[in-house]
Design a protein around this ligand. Structure first.
Ligand code: GCU
Length: 335
């Protein structure tokens, strides 16, 4: 609640500030506001900070980002609306949220679609594969997707130890807010509880939740290991965040600035992908030192339980085609 109040105050300040800030022409400095729900130590913050530095350098100080981390502008669902309304320029938003705007985004959120980060990252930046998915929200929602940042492999973690998947039965597991995420935890035998990211720590601590699912990096940076110390290797999903931009604000940039934003985005997702592996290893070391136990469960059992989701959630020939193209690219990076 305190978070929400703080977010509302900040958004009001932004709205007032907007009047004085019009971008464009005459040597003005253009500052693009970016919302992020991660801490300043998370690789997404670091990659965005580096993005800002490169934009500033290449534009001779004319263009940079102002990054708002830690959900200070609100949770992702609210922030998406602020970007849509052009109050914020950009945000890093989980694919699960975009699934609620356009079902085609479900394809890229399906468990079993990506084998690894190395499979995922080139594919989601290949226009031959994603086609016009990233501009599909422009008319309906005023949102343009620049591309993706990996969420790495996601795993289930719990307050109590388990021996295997069977022990998940009836356990309340927090999921991101989408039908696909609910179905995923149901298929694994758990009881899914949708909730915003920033509320998970308290819900785990108070026992409202028995567990959650995320990557090692968020497990560490959000301190969830303090209140849910049993981290499985369920590896049920290679998740994806998107860089979402206000279409109107993007179109208002000068052609030079727009080109810089797009070119340096390419370097940003590559930078982030490099930072990811090291951050994951560091998170494992630090959470273990902080008392977390990493437990092994049968990954084949997880994969088999999730297999039916593709047939259930791919509902159009276009979605099936996108899915098949992405699966066909699996393993290519190793050749
Ligand atoms: C990851 C992801 C976030 C997302 C979060 C969640 O940390 O990077 O964008 O919000 O998972 O589980 O909500």
């Amino acid at each position: 609640m305190r978070n929400r109040l703080r977010a509302m105050t900040l958004v009001t300040a932004l709205l007032v500030g907007l009047a004085g800030c019009g971008g464009g022409g005459g040597g003005d400095v253009t500052i693009l506001r970016v919302s992020l729900n991660q801490t300043e130590t998370h690789p997404s913050y670091i990659a965005l900070d580096n993005y800002s530095d490169r934009l500033e350098e290449r534009s001779d100080g004319r263009l940079r980002l102002d990054i708002f981390p830690n959900e200070t502008l609100g949770a992702q669902a609210e922030v998406m609306q602020l970007v849509s309304d052009g109050i914020i320029d950009m945000a890093i938003i989980s694919g699960s949220q975009l699934e609620n705007l356009d079902l085609d985004f479900r394809v890229l959120g399906l468990p079993g679609l990506f084998d690894s980060v190395d499979h995922q990252m080139p594919v989601v930046h290949d226009p031959e594969i994603v086609g016009d998915l990233y501009t599909s929200l422009e008319d309906s929602n005023g949102l343009t997707v620049l591309g993706g940042l990996t969420q790495g492999s996601r795993h289930i973690y719990l307050k109590e130890d388990i021996d295997g998947l069977a022990d998940l039965r009836g356990k309340k597991i927090r999921v991101q807010e989408s039908e696909l995420n609910l179905a995923m935890i149901r298929a694994l035998g758990g009881s899914p509880t949708p909730m915003a990211f920033g509320e998970v720590y308290t819900a785990l601590q108070s026992g409202v939740l028995d567990g959650a699912e995320n990557n090692e990096v968020s497990y560490y940076t959000q301190k969830h290991y303090e209140v849910a110390p049993y981290f499985t290797n369920s590896n049920h999903l290679v998740g994806l965040d998107y860089m979402v931009v206000s279409t109107e604000n993007l179109n208002a940039l000068t052609p030079e600035d727009r080109a810089l934003v797009e070119e340096e985005w390419e370097n940003t997702w590559k930078d982030h992908t490099q930072l990811w592996e090291e951050a994951t290893q560091e998170a494992i070391t630090e959470t273990k030192a902080g008392g977390a136990t990493y437990i092994e469960i049968d990954q084949d059992e997880v994969r088999e339980a999730l297999e039916p989701l593709a047939d259930e959630f791919l509902t159009t020939p276009e979605q099936r085609e996108l899915y098949d193209k992405i699966r066909a690219a699996a393993g290519e990076q190793e050749r």
